[in-house]
Design a protein around this ligand. Structure first.
Ligand code: GLN
Length: 482
């Protein structure tokens, strides 16, 4: 096996520091792996040439010489940004997102642009204008979505870390489907400046990696207050890796969200894996409490309304005037707007714009949007109450393992229900992390979700780390991507 593939950030850093290898060699190796495996996975929409990548970055810093990839909805200066949509095909951004500026300042090598569902709308990375992404554990299956390209690239050992965005679960669900770690931080911890808005009150940039330590390292680089984002929290920078080694399960109070773990339709193999994980925590000295969070039953419906409402407003800006694509031969300005949006957006996006405008329209907003915001407050309050008696919550990330490509082509509702266990934390703003907790008999990864109070990322990482060190699921690699 290629010794650089699947190396962690810490291992790469140590090889670089001992001069066993150069940054250029690490990068070339990464680009060669993409050249070999991207035609199979279609996880990257674009890859850059080595010289231009090296030019952008500084030599020292916590990510110096470490390749990573951004979802193609997070701006990188002078690079194309498409959101996997025809309407932005060929568009080049003139500025860096805060996440990108910080990653570059830390020395990170940003190698290309990762595939996604068009405008981050989806759960399978099947709606991309640039074709579907495949899951490295079984290429007949989806990698999850919408950040499926980022997740597949990390899972196949092409890069040790990647960024995605999570509006309703788009970092955690693909992390679970691909057997890796994915965090959605507290709303406002990572600046949204330069992230193309989908649902502004829900969107958070999140981190993918194969290990907890790598994840904490990348979050430490990109998190922290940013005056360019008015919803950015006034919190300073923190090194989330610092206290990992002292983590212990002893005395930890864990709440198991019973109505999620035993919900109807849960795959029994997933339930079993999570029960085994809970037993691991118990053995380490944690106390386990069963909890019912009944407001979660309404989360998917509220998410459906709020996300569509915000999407309809956010996507109004793509009109053929400001950005790349413009329909030809329109006779009037109005026709130009309509034709551009008709030809430029895919069906999923158009569907959401229609629903979003409907739920906001006079006469309907009371029944839909206002009720959804009430549910949102209920979820937040119920979580706040739960965290009075437990430190963290455990529940599934997803009810079933990665499904086959096309499985839900005729059942849109099933696809929308993919967010069932993840979207409550987008509505409430709480941080949540999905970590690997086993495999099905068919060798498909299983994920579980740890949830904490606002700004408890350090606690989540510590809780995840003790379990990871005990179980080491990350050692297992997908076949065919050596
Ligand atoms: N699957 C959800 C949706 O389609 C989540 C998307 C996301 O988190 N970006 O809206």
């Amino acid at each position: 096996m290629n010794k650089l593939a699947y190396a962690t950030i810490a291992q790469l850093k140590s090889m670089l520091e001992k001069n066993e290898i150069t940054q250029k060699e690490v990068l070339d190796n990464c680009l060669q792996r993409f050249a070999k495996y991207n035609p199979i996975l279609n996880c990257a929409i674009q890859l850059f040439d080595a010289d231009s990548i090296l030019q952008e970055c500084i030599i020292q810093g916590p990510l110096a010489g470490i390749p990573g990839i951004f979802k193609d909805n997070i701006a990188q200066k002078d690079r194309r940004l498409s959101c996997a949509s025809k309407i932005l095909d060929g568009y080049t951004v003139m500025y860096d997102s805060t996440a990108s500026a910080r990653a570059k300042q830390a020395g990170g090598l940003l190698v290309g642009r990762a595939n996604l569902d068009e405008f981050a709308m989806g759960s399978s990375t099947e709606t991309s204008y640039f074709g579907k992404t495949k899951n490295p554990w079984d290429t007949k299956r989806v990698p999850g979505g919408s950040s499926g390209g980022s997740a597949a690239a990390v899972a196949a050992g092409l890069v040790p870390w990647a960024l995605g965005s999570d509006t309703g679960g788009s970092v955690r669900q693909p992390a679970a489907f691909c057997g890796i770690v994915g965090i959605k931080p507290t709303y406002g911890l990572v600046s949204r400046y330069g992230l193309v808005a989908y649902g502004s009150s829900l969107d958070q940039i999140g981190v993918f990696s194969r290990t907890i330590q790598d994840n904490a390292r990348v979050l430490s680089v990109i998190a922290g207050h940013d005056m360019r984002d008015s919803t950015s929290l006034r919190v300073g920078k923190k090194d989330y890796t610092q206290n990992l080694k002292d983590a212990s399960g002893k005395g930890l109070r864990i709440g198991v969200v019973e109505n999620a773990l035993y919900a109807e339709g849960m795959d029994p193999e997933i339930v079993q894996s999570i029960e085994q994980a809970i037993a691991v925590y118990e053995k380490m000295g944690a106390t386990i409490q069963k909890i019912k969070l009944t407001s979660f039953d309404y989360a998917a419906a509220a998410y459906f309304i709020i996300s569509r409402a915000e999407a309809a407003s956010n996507l109004a800006r793509f009109d053929g005037v400001r950005y790349a694509f413009r329909a030809k031969d329109a006779k009037t300005l109005y026709d130009m707007y309509c034709d551009t949006r008709h030809d430029g957006f895919g069906n999923e996006v158009k569907n959401r714009i229609l629903v979003g405008n409907y739920v906001l329209s006079a006469g309907h907003a009371g029944a839909f949007y206002n009720n959804a915001t009430l549910v949102r407050r209920m979820i937040r309050a119920e979580l706040q109450k739960a965290f009075k008696s437990v430190d963290v919550l455990i529940m599934p990330t997803h009810p079933m393992p990665a499904f086959e490509i096309g499985a839900f082509d005729k059942n849109k509702l099933q696809m929308d229900l993919q967010d069932y266990f993840t979207c409550p934390m987008n509505l409430s703003g709480n941080p949540a992390i999905s970590i690997p907790c086993g495999f099905t008999k068919q060798n498909l990864p299983i994920g579980m979700q740890l949830i904490g109070p606002h700004l408890s990322e350090e606690l989540l990482y510590k809780t995840a780390y003790v379990y990871e060190q005990e179980t080491k699921w990350f050692e297992k690699k997908p076949k065919g991507f050596e």
